[in-house]
Write a protein that binds this ligand. Structure first.
Ligand code: SAH
Length: 337
């Protein structure tokens, strides 16, 4: 059975117009579902009965909260059970500028990054658009509050599930629906050049973050196997094309002690990003049961200041959620063990 949350508003319109009705009736049902939060078609009042009947075969519930963990800062981690019993997770981070949710895009991940807990669990399947949408809806329901930001940085590689991802983005951005501004949505990728270029032409100004993490091909290949397929050269060509469309990118850079946090690394990073209009977000490694270590606070600050003083637009990410195992597949891993 298909899920109602898999459908973009355009798809609602197509279904009704293919049956001889006005596309407005598709919009109406879409709005009832997202604005009025109806969970049963019968609750859509004053909507043409024939239009409603076209959606009789779609179901609403495909995601159940299995477990919730909270920390003292108001961060919440949800473990969700999908209809086929697979488990996924989302984390809500309570930030001064609003609540942001980090959602999962695939069950497991095939990218195999060496510092990441998610990569230890191979991809079982892609999430549908509805399963991504429902992470947002269920979290908002649980919190009884609106989420201000959505980041696709949970388990999975969003660009390895491109079509479903973009449908999800259209659904949450839609002004007749959840209506989350594109500038409040961020997609993070390990760097698949063809998709970066395609994403530049998407008619949504969603933020793009790229997981760089290393400045030489041998090092990047050794920690991110995707680099064997698309090396730094190809990645930066795609980033340049993306930037020509007037968009900006955020470069994510994990700090791994003694591996990529030396002065030579900082200098190479400056070289790679010279002339590129981008932000850099330094992420202290979050212990994920791998062989890596996080640099101590002073070492993190040294790397950060070096880049900042050289004129880079750089931030050092505050560490959040490590005490609720909020980083990258840890809760799911714990529950599968
Ligand atoms: N596959 C996508 C999105 C998921 S990972 C990507 O690669 O960008 C989201 C971010 O968390 C990425 O920047 C990823 O490299 C980072 N990450 C993964 N494991 C981490 C860890 N143990 N500590 C800190 N950041 C981590």
């Amino acid at each position: 059975m298909s899920n109602i949350y898999d459908l973009t508003r355009k798809e609602f319109q197509n279904i009704v117009t293919q049956n001889g009705l006005n596309k407005f009736q598709g919009d109406q049902i879409f709005s009832f579902i997202y604005r009025n939060k109806v969970r049963k078609l019968e609750e859509c009042f004053n909507v043409n009965k024939k239009a409603l009947s076209l959606f009789n075969d779609y179901d609403f519930e495909t995601l159940n909260i299995d477990k919730v963990e909270k920390d003292s800062l108001g961060n919440i981690k949800f473990l969700f059970r999908l209809k086929d019993n697979n488990l996924i997770e989302s984390v809500v981070m309570n930030q001064s500028y609003g609540k942001s949710i980090c959602i999962t895009t695939q069950v497991g991940c095939n990218m195999g990054c060496k510092f990441c807990a998610s990569g230890k669990l191979k991809k079982i399947r892609d999430l549908t658009p509805g399963e991504m949408v429902l992470q947002v809806i269920k979290a908002e329901e649980y919190l009884n509050d609106k989420l201000s930001y959505v980041v696709c940085m949970g388990i999975g590689e969003p660009f390895d599930n491109y079509l479903n991802l973009t449908k999800f983005l259209y659904i949450i951005n839609d002004p007749k629906g959840i209506s989350l501004g594109a500038r409040h949505i961020t997609v993070s990728t390990c760097g698949i050049p063809s998709k970066i270029i395609e994403f530049a032409d998407l008619d949504l100004q969603v933020n793009l973050a790229i997981s760089l993490h290393a400045t030489t091909n041998p090092l990047r290949t050794s920690i991110m196997p995707i680099n064997k397929v698309y090396n730094l050269d190809e990645l930066f060509k795609a980033i340049s094309i993306y930037l020509t469309k007037g968009r900006r990118v955020t470069i994510e850079y994990i700090l791994l002690k003694g591996v990529n946090d030396r002065e030579t690394d900082a200098n190479r990073l400056l070289g790679l990003l010279k002339h590129l209009d981008c932000y850099v977000n330094l992420i202290p490694y979050n212990d994920a049961d791998t062989t890596f270590q996080k640099p101590n606070h002073d070492e993190q600050m040294r790397f950060y200041k070096y880049l900042r003083d050289a004129g880079l637009n750089v931030t050092l990410r505050k560490e959040m959620g490590s005490n609720i195992s909020a980083a990258c597949g840890q809760l799911r891993g714990n529950n599968l063990a």
